[in-house]
Write a protein that binds this ligand. Structure first.
Ligand code: PBG
Length: 350
């Protein structure tokens, strides 16, 4: 005797086992989420989050010394000489990645980080060279901080044994203006001094750059995930740590306070850093602010993925794509990631 599809189902589905135990609760034949997961095309149609290359910002290191060297803890990432940087950025532009961040590695460091705000320093020279080579095909976003340029490795100048906030801020503003004059498309201060966004905004305006945006590293935590970066930039503090100026990892409300202040001081884009361990902060910011948000997928996060992939313990492409998607799903518009070039080249993003 012919059976109705429904009857057939109830007799042969393995789900049926639970039906006999607790009928109405475990099986809902009206709603079956699996229906929309059956085919790749269907999954694609109902996909809620898409990372595209337009979301990516690729951080790069430029060295004043004449040669390029791979950073041993960050396979695939180099400190580029100026010539090699031009070649690499041309490739980045060719891949359609819209923006790069620049970190400078100077030949000489001093107590007050003068290489960071010297108009002939490595960053202004790199920006001018890139602009001459590639024009406006990639946005150039220099990181503004003194730690790569100070002999002691701190993000500001030292007086009485501590990083002096108010003496540091004008130097950061000088760096920002020097970079804007060289042609920077956006300024990204990462030092975590109080009040620096307001002063940088004022000085940029006064110098004739009222339309140069500021992407503020607003909620930047004092994190173990920066380890490989400090090897790359030679910026490990020679004494103490950064806990007196970068945020304490357990604090979430304080992150919102930092972001409120940066917005009030004129920030255009707010950043959370690091990424994966701070997705709750990004989500909270997304719910609270209507400005673009950025997240920094930092060096330690990159190195862990690379190391595991090189050991064959994870599938790099899947893990990178899942990670970048998590940032977007949590609310990021802009993702700073060392994976950017691989992700676009290998098709790990759309
Ligand atoms: C400079 C700066 C750091 C990073 C970005 N800008 C290092 C730090 O604060 O120690 C970290 C980037 C990364 O780990 O990828 N202040």
């Amino acid at each position: 005797m012919a059976q109705s599809p429904r009857k057939f189902h109830s007799q042969h589905s393995i789900l049926n086992t639970s039906l006999t135990l607790t009928p109405m609760i475990y099986i809902n034949r009206t709603q079956r989420p699996r229906r929309l997961r059956e085919s790749p095309l269907l999954r694609k149609m109902v996909r809620e989050t898409r990372v595209t290359k337009d979301n990516l910002l690729y951080p790069m290191f430029v060295s004043e010394s004449g040669s390029s060297t791979e950073i041993s803890s960050m396979p695939g990432i180099f400190r580029y000489s100026l010539d090699d940087l031009k070649r690499e950025v041309t490739k980045v532009a060719g891949l359609g990645i819209p923006a790069i961040m620049l970190f400078g590695i100077p030949n000489e460091k001093d107590e007050v980080g003068s290489g960071g705000y010297d108009t002939e320093g490595i960053i202004p020279r790199a920006i001018r060279a890139l602009k001459a080579e590639i024009g406006d095909s990639v946005l150039i976003v220099p990181d503004v901080c003194l730690c790569e340029y100070t002999s002691h490795g701190h993000c500001g100048v030292i007086s009485n044994g501590t990083v002096d906030n108010d003496e540091t801020v004008p130097l950061l503003a000088r760096a920002a203006v020097a970079y804007a004059e060289a042609g920077a498309d956006m300024i990204a201060p990462s030092d975590m001094m109080d009040g620096r966004i307001g002063v940088i905004r004022e000085e940029l305006d006064a110098a004739g750059f009222p339309y140069t945006p500021i992407m503020a590293y607003s909620a930047k935590y004092s994190s173990g995930f920066y380890g490989p970066f400090r090897e790359a930039a030679g910026s490990t503090p020679q004494f103490g740590d950064r806990k007196a100026y970068q945020m304490d990892p357990p604090n979430a409300r304080e992150a919102l306070k930092e972001m409120d202040l940066d917005l009030a001081e004129g920030a255009d884009i707010l950043m959370v850093k690091p990424g994966l361990a701070y997705l709750d902060i990004l989500r909270a910011a997304r719910e609270r602010y209507d400005v673009p948000l950025a997240i920094y997928n930092v060096s330690g996060e990159y190195s862990m993925v690379k190391a595991a992939a090189q050991n064959g313990w994870i599938d790099e492409g899947r893990v990178v794509s899942e990670t970048l998607t998590a940032f977007k799903r949590a609310g990021a518009d802009i993702i700073l990631t060392y994976h950017a070039v691989d992700a676009v080249r290998e098709g790990w993003v759309e």
